[in-house]
Ligand binder design. Structure first.
Ligand SMILES: Nc1ncnc2c1ncn2[C@@H]1O[C@H](COP(=O)(O)OP(=O)(O)OP(=O)(O)O)[C@@H](O)[C@H]1O
Ligand SMILES: [Mg+2]
Length: 831
């Protein structure tokens, strides 16, 4: 066992070993970032320590997180036993051997690093102890024990319980690190956590040690920077009257003279350097980061980095308008969206991306909206950004290693496709009229389950398709220059083996058959297509009719709309006849096969040009990138083609259920089943009875749907741009959203007991001891701190709006007075 690990040790990069903070600092050290020297007391040392204390495991197992009073006593007992026991001899000896060198000529910080922290959706921001500026070996050893014990602070136990972790799931590692005597320090996010803008860096800074900023205890300067250039977009300077600095042993608060207090604590050059560092850290982790930094004698030091854990939703039609142009019925929505989000979870894991807890799509007024923040975050492919051939050369090996699954996925996908198609065949052969109601309902759920299992990796296919092409484009751009790149890229992708091309080829053959029979041509051109089909007018043309039937057999599952409510081609064959009419009207439609030959030739020529321009050592890599980009274009198209095979099957089952509900007197027409929610349909099928509420629900949803079809949805949903009313109190946006409620002023821990659940928490600060109140508050207002303080991070995690740094809030607001808190705008207004 290792009693201590050095930052450069490869074993130190595991979160299970070093905790979130320690593992990240080790990785950053190994990645060449300016991290102060340090060592890690690993989680095993903590476990070994625990094992030396009799009865402790039983105490931990008996904790009662729901009962705050009992919990308080239980936690105090556990902590006392930990701080009162000696460390295991091996750990103690290792520390005594290593610390003198670390302390030589300076001080250290002793920082908690729990194995559960920094998870997406659970940052554990500031939940555990940190000791700054510790001067001697015995004090360090004592601080290590206290850090171990801080895993058992009431608030940390409550937090783990809220997040659903078992009482003994966490272990504690401890980081011991050389102190930076910072003049200015703080936090920086590599994105804007309030608006979701990914092209901005937000910096919160104050004089002295960064503890002031993370704890939200004092005034801070806030800067919003353009990520690419580091230019200041917005700044807010506040009075920073005190600074926390290193003292003899520990820290002390000193006054800052008035002029300095009210001036910006960072220069433009500092800010540019910060933006640059944050950008590099984000790139290193390929994900937005929350960074703690310190500036001393002109040098920027990196003290911590963790993934940003919360992303504000921004609903737009940008991504969804193409795929979901029309409103979607409740039943289709309910059946598809769970599967969609399951696929998302599965796909992000497959792609090695952090999980995303929020919704990717939502439905407002019947229309589907995409969460633009998530789309940009996960599909932008920032993980493979490079700005020069040299940089790409440096990344090549890691990329190949990290993205091996990109080569494997098409193979496993094709294997699973067989299983899916066979199961579809079985479900498609079921004779619905012969089944009981219960069996039809089961059939519907079987189809859904099959679809979900099949669809799991499909989002990874679409996202990867996008990333491959963006990477290819970047490479082409580097090789050919801005002007020529679009043409070359286009030529490289002029032809792909698409299922869609195959369908178009088959459609072309139908067109040729129609052209060959002039009477048929004019029939298709001049008679209403629906009538042609309904009146069986095609029976006069048996050769065409049999080819047309085969076309529908092969491709009849092509959807006209995403919604299963709307039949596919096989359910409305006149839509295909309409396509043929358009071709006949156009006349002289060229054979796609001829065009294909030309395109292939153009593509090969472009490929030769491209590969010749690539440096020798990147040639194989580039050829493979090109191959994969094309393969994923085809795969993305095939995936979609095969997914829609579910539509006619689930539609048939739904309509069959609808027909039975017509008989029961619940619905006027079978197709109205699509206007029921899934849970209503489930109740009807599993409980058997007729239901007046269900009848009303279907009628209401149908009316809404028809009205929605006739309206144009707004491009962005729920944007509240109305300026805050006059007289509103202003502060910094801390956590987005808006909420209303009565004010509850909380001056200190002694007021906790009188906090009224459901009210707006107004406090001077929100250091982590206060976070338990967040679970029962509707919004938070603080007098100090900023959006990057731990309190704001926690408000975003809990999902309540917060406005920070509202000067004089405690005196301006009265207990019980009702206010509206707009955390997006940073405003508080009285109602
Ligand atoms: N070695 C150091 N030199 C200078 N400042 C330090 C050092 N270690 C910690 N600090 C300051 O103390 C702050 C708090 O420390 P730390 O990150 O350990 O705890 P926290 O931010 O309160 O909680 P957590 O990071 O666990 O959520 C840091 O943000 C940094 O500003
Ligand atoms: Mg920290």
């Amino acid at each position: 066992m290792h009693a201590l690990l050095e930052f450069p040790d490869p074993a130190a990069t595991e979160t299970a070993v070093s905790g979130g903070k320690g593992a990240s600092l080790a990785r950053l050290t190994q990645g060449g970032f300016g991290v102060p020297t340090g060592v890690i007391v690993p989680a095993e040392s903590y476990r070994a320590f625990l094992a030396t204390i009799p009865g402790l495991a039983e105490l931990i197992a008996a904790l009662t997180p729901e009962d705050a009073t009992r919990l308080h006593a239980q936690c105090a007992d556990i902590r006392t036993r930990l701080t009162g026991s000696p460390l295991p001899p091996a750990v103690d000896a290792a520390l005594r051997e290593r610390l003198p060198a670390l302390l030589a000529g300076g001080r250290v910080s002793v920082r908690s690093s729990a194995t559960l922290e920094d998870l997406v959706g659970a940052a554990f921001a500031g939940q555990h102890d940190t000791y700054l500026n510790v001067a001697d070996v015995d004090d360090v050893i004592d601080a290590v024990r206290r850090c171990f014990a801080s895993l058992w602070e009431d608030r940390a136990v409550r937090y783990r319980h809220e997040k659903g972790f078992a009482p003994d799931a966490a272990a504690m590692a401890v980081v011991i690190q050389r102190m930076v005597r910072s003049e200015v320090a703080g936090v920086a996010f590599s994105m804007n956590p309030i608006t979701g803008a990914l092209d901005q860096v937000v910096v919160n800074a104050a004089y002295g040690l960064g503890e002031t900023v993370v704890s939200g205890e004092g005034g801070i300067d806030q800067f919003v920077l353009a990520k690419r250039t580091g230019d200041v977009i917005e700044q807010s300077i506040s009075a920073k009257e005190h600074a926390l600095v290193g003292g003899e042993n520990g820290t002390e608060r000193v006054a800052v003279d008035a002029e300095r207090a009210n001036a910006s604590c960072l220069s433009e050059a500092d800010l540019r350097a910060l933006a640059d560092m944050v950008r590099r850290v984000e790139r290193f982790y390929a994900f937005p980061q929350d960074v703690e930094w310190a500036l001393a004698e002109g040098d920027l030091h990196l003290l911590q980095s963790r993934p940003v854990t919360e992303f504000p939703e921004r609903w737009t039609r940008d991504e969804s308008a193409e795929r979901f142009p029309s409103p979607v019925t409740p039943l289709t929505w309910d059946f598809t969206m769970d599967g969609f989000h399951e696929s998302l979870t599965y796909s992000l894991e497959l792609m090695g991306l952090p999980p995303f807890r929020g919704a990717w799509f939502d439905r407002f007024d019947g229309y589907v909206y995409g969460n633009q923040t998530a789309v940009q975050l996960f599909t932008a492919g920032q993980q493979v950004s490079f700005e020069s051939m040299d940089e790409l050369r440096g990344m090549r090996e890691t990329l190949v290693e990290q993205y091996r699954w990109v080569q494997e996925l098409p193979v496993t996908w094709a294997r699973d496709l067989d299983r899916y198609l066979l199961a579809l065949g079985r479900l498609g052969a079921v004779q619905l009229p012969a089944l009981t109601d219960e069996q039809v309902w089961r059939q519907m759920r079987d189809i859904d389950a099959l679809g979900r299992a099949y669809f799991l990796p499909n989002i990874a296919i679409s996202i990867t398709h996008g990333i491959l092409h963006r990477t290819l484009y970047r490479l082409v751009h580097l090789l050919a220059g801005a002007e020529k790149a679009p043409v070359l890229y286009d030529a490289l992708n002029s032809f792909s083996e698409l299922k869609t091309s195959l369908v178009n080829g088959d459609l072309y053959r139908l067109y040729r058959l129609a052209v060959a029979e002039p009477a048929l041509s004019s029939l298709l051109r001049d008679t209403d297509r629906r009538r042609v089909w309904d009146d069986r007018l095609l029976e006069n043309y048996p050769r065409f009719l049999s080819a047309f039937r085969r076309f529908l057999d092969d491709h009849g599952h092509r959807e006209v709309e995403f919604d299963t409510y709307v039949p596919t081609w096989s359910g409305q064959p006149w839509v295909v006849l309409e396509n043929l009419r358009l071709m006949l009207m156009q006349g002289d439609v060229p054979d796609p096969a001829t065009r294909e030959g030309d395109l292939r030739a153009r593509q090969s020529a472009a490929e030769r040009e491209f590969l010749a321009a690539v440096p020798e050592e990147l040639r194989n890599f580039s050829a493979e990138l090109l191959r994969l980009a094309r393969a994923y274009t085809a795969l993305d198209d095939l995936e979609h083609y095969q997914t829609t095979r579910l539509n006619p099957l689930s539609r048939a089952a739904a309509v069959e259920l609808g027909a039975r509900l017509v008989k029961r007197g619940v619905l006027p027409v079978a197709e109205d089943v699509f206007f029921l929610r899934k849970r209503t349909l489930q109740r009807l099928m599993e409980e058997g009875a007729g239901d007046a509420d269900a009848t009303a629900e279907a009628a209401e949803n149908r009316a809404a749907y028809e009205q929605q079809r006739a309206t144009q949805p707004p491009r962005v949903w729920g944007q509240d741009n109305a300026p805050p009313p006059e007289g509103a109190l202003r502060g910094l946006p801390g956590s987005p959203g808006a909420a209303e409620g009565p004010v509850c002023l909380v001056h200190g821990v002694e007021d906790f007991a009188r906090f009224v659940p459901g009210s707006v928490l107004v406090a001077r600060t929100t250091n982590p001891a206060w976070t338990p109140l967040f679970y029962s508050a509707v919004a938070v207002i603080t007098e100090s701190g900023g959006p990057l303080s731990h309190g704001a991070v926690t408000a975003r995690e809990v999902g309540i709006p917060a406005v920070m740094a509202v000067h004089g809030a405690l005196s301006a607001l009265r207990d019980g007075e009702v206010v509206r808190v707009n955390g997006t705008q940073g405003a508080v207004s009285r109602l």
